[in-house]
Ligand binder design. Structure first.
Ligand SMILES: Cc1cc2nc3c(=O)[nH]c(=O)nc-3n(C[C@H](O)[C@H](O)[C@H](O)COP(=O)(O)OP(=O)(O)OC[C@H]3O[C@@H](n4cnc5c(N)ncnc54)[C@H](O)[C@@H]3O)c2cc1C
Length: 158
Protein backbone atom coordinates (compact mmCIF):
# COMPACT_ATOMS: atom_id res chain seq x y z
CA UNK A 1 0.00 0.00 0.00
CA UNK A 2 2.76 2.42 0.96
CA UNK A 3 3.82 4.88 -0.47
CA UNK A 4 0.58 5.27 -2.49
CA UNK A 5 -1.23 5.52 0.83
CA UNK A 6 0.70 5.93 4.08
CA UNK A 7 -0.26 4.80 7.58
CA UNK A 8 -0.14 7.01 10.69
CA UNK A 9 3.08 5.30 11.88
CA UNK A 10 5.17 4.40 8.82
CA UNK A 11 7.54 6.93 7.21
CA UNK A 12 8.93 5.03 4.21
CA UNK A 13 7.81 2.79 1.35
CA UNK A 14 9.95 -0.11 2.58
CA UNK A 15 8.60 -3.53 3.42
CA UNK A 16 9.20 -4.52 7.07
CA UNK A 17 9.67 -0.93 8.27
CA UNK A 18 9.82 -1.15 12.07
CA UNK A 19 7.54 1.42 13.69
CA UNK A 20 8.37 0.29 17.20
CA UNK A 21 11.24 -1.28 19.13
CA UNK A 22 14.35 -2.28 17.15
CA UNK A 23 14.80 -5.38 19.35
CA UNK A 24 13.63 -8.83 18.33
CA UNK A 25 14.29 -10.01 21.87
CA UNK A 26 16.51 -12.85 23.00
CA UNK A 27 18.65 -15.14 20.89
CA UNK A 28 19.26 -17.48 23.84
CA UNK A 29 17.98 -21.01 23.35
CA UNK A 30 16.67 -21.18 26.91
CA UNK A 31 13.52 -19.20 26.14
CA UNK A 32 10.73 -19.21 23.54
CA UNK A 33 11.97 -16.05 21.75
CA UNK A 34 15.39 -17.57 21.11
CA UNK A 35 14.06 -20.98 20.13
CA UNK A 36 11.65 -19.50 17.61
CA UNK A 37 14.46 -17.55 15.96
CA UNK A 38 16.71 -20.63 15.90
CA UNK A 39 13.96 -22.58 14.13
CA UNK A 40 13.36 -19.73 11.68
CA UNK A 41 17.10 -19.65 10.89
CA UNK A 42 17.09 -23.38 10.14
CA UNK A 43 14.18 -22.83 7.75
CA UNK A 44 16.11 -20.12 5.88
CA UNK A 45 14.05 -17.13 7.10
CA UNK A 46 14.78 -14.04 5.00
CA UNK A 47 13.70 -11.91 7.96
CA UNK A 48 16.46 -13.37 10.13
CA UNK A 49 19.02 -13.12 7.32
CA UNK A 50 18.14 -9.43 7.11
CA UNK A 51 18.22 -9.05 10.91
CA UNK A 52 21.69 -10.62 11.08
CA UNK A 53 22.87 -8.25 8.34
CA UNK A 54 21.47 -5.26 10.26
CA UNK A 55 22.46 -6.38 13.76
CA UNK A 56 23.72 -3.79 16.25
CA UNK A 57 25.06 -4.43 19.78
CA UNK A 58 22.23 -5.49 22.08
CA UNK A 59 23.68 -8.08 24.42
CA UNK A 60 21.64 -11.29 24.33
CA UNK A 61 18.97 -9.54 22.30
CA UNK A 62 18.84 -9.38 18.52
CA UNK A 63 18.74 -5.61 18.00
CA UNK A 64 18.88 -4.12 14.52
CA UNK A 65 19.52 -0.86 12.70
CA UNK A 66 15.95 -0.30 11.51
CA UNK A 67 16.92 1.34 8.18
CA UNK A 68 19.39 -1.40 7.26
CA UNK A 69 16.91 -4.08 8.34
CA UNK A 70 13.99 -2.74 6.29
CA UNK A 71 16.22 -2.24 3.24
CA UNK A 72 17.54 -5.81 3.55
CA UNK A 73 14.08 -7.39 3.85
CA UNK A 74 12.75 -5.18 1.07
CA UNK A 75 15.57 -6.20 -1.28
CA UNK A 76 15.16 -9.92 -0.57
CA UNK A 77 11.39 -9.93 -1.04
CA UNK A 78 11.34 -7.65 -4.09
CA UNK A 79 14.04 -9.69 -5.84
CA UNK A 80 12.50 -13.08 -5.06
CA UNK A 81 11.56 -14.83 -8.31
CA UNK A 82 8.24 -16.07 -6.87
CA UNK A 83 7.13 -12.72 -5.47
CA UNK A 84 5.52 -9.78 -7.26
CA UNK A 85 5.17 -6.64 -5.15
CA UNK A 86 2.06 -4.68 -6.12
CA UNK A 87 1.71 -1.24 -4.52
CA UNK A 88 -1.88 -0.39 -3.83
CA UNK A 89 -4.58 -0.28 -1.22
CA UNK A 90 -6.80 -3.35 -0.98
CA UNK A 91 -10.31 -2.11 -0.28
CA UNK A 92 -12.08 -5.49 -0.28
CA UNK A 93 -11.20 -9.02 0.71
CA UNK A 94 -9.71 -11.09 -2.12
CA UNK A 95 -11.32 -14.51 -2.53
CA UNK A 96 -9.37 -16.65 -2.25
CA UNK A 97 -6.59 -14.71 -0.61
CA UNK A 98 -4.66 -13.99 2.56
CA UNK A 99 -4.89 -10.62 4.26
CA UNK A 100 -2.15 -9.56 6.70
CA UNK A 101 -2.69 -5.82 6.96
CA UNK A 102 -1.88 -5.66 10.65
CA UNK A 103 -2.93 -3.19 13.34
CA UNK A 104 -2.82 -0.25 10.91
CA UNK A 105 -5.24 -1.69 8.36
CA UNK A 106 -6.50 1.17 6.20
CA UNK A 107 -9.90 2.69 6.83
CA UNK A 108 -11.45 1.44 3.56
CA UNK A 109 -10.54 -2.20 4.20
CA UNK A 110 -11.52 -1.94 7.87
CA UNK A 111 -14.97 -0.77 6.84
CA UNK A 112 -15.24 -3.56 4.24
CA UNK A 113 -14.49 -6.31 6.77
CA UNK A 114 -16.34 -4.86 9.75
CA UNK A 115 -19.51 -6.40 11.16
CA UNK A 116 -22.45 -4.71 9.43
CA UNK A 117 -24.35 -4.74 12.73
CA UNK A 118 -21.84 -3.34 15.27
CA UNK A 119 -18.78 -2.40 13.08
CA UNK A 120 -16.43 -4.59 15.16
CA UNK A 121 -13.60 -6.10 13.06
CA UNK A 122 -13.35 -9.78 13.99
CA UNK A 123 -15.34 -12.66 12.53
CA UNK A 124 -15.35 -16.38 13.27
CA UNK A 125 -15.95 -18.59 10.21
CA UNK A 126 -17.84 -21.85 10.55
CA UNK A 127 -19.34 -24.40 8.17
CA UNK A 128 -23.11 -24.46 8.07
CA UNK A 129 -23.16 -28.28 7.69
CA UNK A 130 -20.66 -30.91 8.81
CA UNK A 131 -18.30 -31.63 5.89
CA UNK A 132 -20.20 -29.53 3.39
CA UNK A 133 -22.55 -26.62 2.91
CA UNK A 134 -21.50 -23.01 2.97
CA UNK A 135 -19.58 -20.81 5.36
CA UNK A 136 -21.18 -18.59 7.95
CA UNK A 137 -19.35 -15.64 9.49
CA UNK A 138 -20.17 -14.78 13.10
CA UNK A 139 -19.16 -11.49 14.71
CA UNK A 140 -16.94 -12.10 17.75
CA UNK A 141 -18.49 -9.11 19.53
CA UNK A 142 -22.24 -9.08 18.90
CA UNK A 143 -22.68 -12.65 17.45
CA UNK A 144 -24.33 -11.27 14.30
CA UNK A 145 -24.25 -13.98 11.61
CA UNK A 146 -23.90 -13.50 7.87
CA UNK A 147 -23.13 -15.73 4.89
CA UNK A 148 -19.54 -15.94 3.63
CA UNK A 149 -17.94 -17.69 0.67
CA UNK A 150 -15.48 -20.58 0.49
CA UNK A 151 -12.77 -18.06 -0.32
CA UNK A 152 -13.57 -16.13 2.81
CA UNK A 153 -14.93 -12.91 1.34
CA UNK A 154 -17.95 -11.75 3.23
CA UNK A 155 -21.29 -11.38 1.47
CA UNK A 156 -23.28 -8.93 3.57
CA UNK A 157 -26.72 -10.26 4.41
CA UNK A 158 -29.60 -8.58 2.53
C1 LIG B 1 2.73 2.58 16.82
C2 LIG B 1 3.01 1.11 17.05
C3 LIG B 1 4.03 0.72 17.95
C4 LIG B 1 4.30 -0.63 18.17
N1 LIG B 1 5.30 -0.99 19.04
C5 LIG B 1 5.64 -2.29 19.20
C6 LIG B 1 6.77 -2.69 20.01
O1 LIG B 1 7.47 -1.87 20.55
N2 LIG B 1 7.04 -4.01 20.13
C7 LIG B 1 6.30 -4.96 19.48
O2 LIG B 1 6.62 -6.16 19.61
N3 LIG B 1 5.24 -4.62 18.70
C8 LIG B 1 4.90 -3.32 18.55
N4 LIG B 1 3.84 -2.95 17.75
C9 LIG B 1 3.06 -4.00 17.13
C10 LIG B 1 3.74 -4.50 15.85
O3 LIG B 1 4.11 -3.42 15.04
C11 LIG B 1 2.75 -5.38 15.13
O4 LIG B 1 2.34 -6.43 15.98
C12 LIG B 1 3.34 -5.98 13.87
O5 LIG B 1 3.85 -5.00 13.01
C13 LIG B 1 2.27 -6.75 13.14
O6 LIG B 1 2.84 -7.29 11.95
P1 LIG B 1 1.93 -7.53 10.70
O7 LIG B 1 2.81 -8.15 9.65
O8 LIG B 1 0.69 -8.27 11.11
O9 LIG B 1 1.44 -6.07 10.21
P2 LIG B 1 2.29 -4.82 9.69
O10 LIG B 1 3.74 -4.96 10.03
O11 LIG B 1 1.57 -3.60 10.19
O12 LIG B 1 2.15 -4.95 8.10
C14 LIG B 1 0.91 -4.75 7.46
C15 LIG B 1 1.14 -3.98 6.15
O13 LIG B 1 -0.10 -3.90 5.46
C16 LIG B 1 -0.24 -2.59 4.93
N5 LIG B 1 -1.65 -2.30 4.75
C17 LIG B 1 -2.55 -1.84 5.66
N6 LIG B 1 -3.76 -1.72 5.08
C18 LIG B 1 -3.63 -2.11 3.79
C19 LIG B 1 -4.54 -2.20 2.69
N7 LIG B 1 -5.85 -1.88 2.81
N8 LIG B 1 -4.07 -2.63 1.49
C20 LIG B 1 -2.75 -2.96 1.34
N9 LIG B 1 -1.85 -2.90 2.35
C21 LIG B 1 -2.30 -2.48 3.57
C22 LIG B 1 0.47 -1.66 5.94
O14 LIG B 1 0.92 -0.48 5.30
C23 LIG B 1 1.64 -2.55 6.38
O15 LIG B 1 2.77 -2.33 5.56
C24 LIG B 1 3.54 -1.61 17.51
C25 LIG B 1 2.52 -1.21 16.61
C26 LIG B 1 2.27 0.13 16.37
C27 LIG B 1 1.19 0.51 15.37
Amino acid sequence: MRPAKMTPAHHTDRLAELVCSNSFKSVELTNAHGLLKAEMRRLGSVVLQAADEARVPGGAALAVDRDVFAAAVHRRVAQHHNVTVVRGEATALPAPGIVATGPLTSEALSVAIACPNCQFVGMEAKRTKEGGGGITLKCLKCAFEMPGTEGGAAEPAA
